[in-house]
Design a protein around this ligand. Sequence first.
Ligand SMILES: [Zn+2]
Length: 139
Amino acid sequence: MLDLDHPDTPPTFAISREGDAILSIAKRMTLVSTEAKQALLSRSIAHFAKMRSITIEHWGESKPKLDAIDLLQHDLQRLALQNSTNDFVNDWRGKLCTVCGASITNLEKYSDMLYCPKCLDVIDGGRDAVDQAFGLICI
Ligand SMILES: [Zn+2]
């Protein structure tokens, strides 16, 4: 259970916020062309840097934590490199992903829930690793 007075709690929330920002970038990547994904990948660099600096500041050079961040970054790079002609940010209805052929998901009740679920699977390993290394499953 989450203990709000525990000294690990504020940096854990900070890591979680950076992870959410990276997830949001990854979702956007599944909707756009290879070229546009490179621009998104550049935007993700600051979030990964923040994750590493929070980690080192609070936990020191924790290898499992830093390895988990490396894995997530590697997965995001793989997602960015998949050749895509997707152009689904504004027009996704009835469209199939040009990368994997899946239908584009849109949970209209939520913001930020438009993405290709199958392409997003590429970063599952990295996301799980970060969740476990930082105990994000508890929050
Ligand atoms: Zn896809």
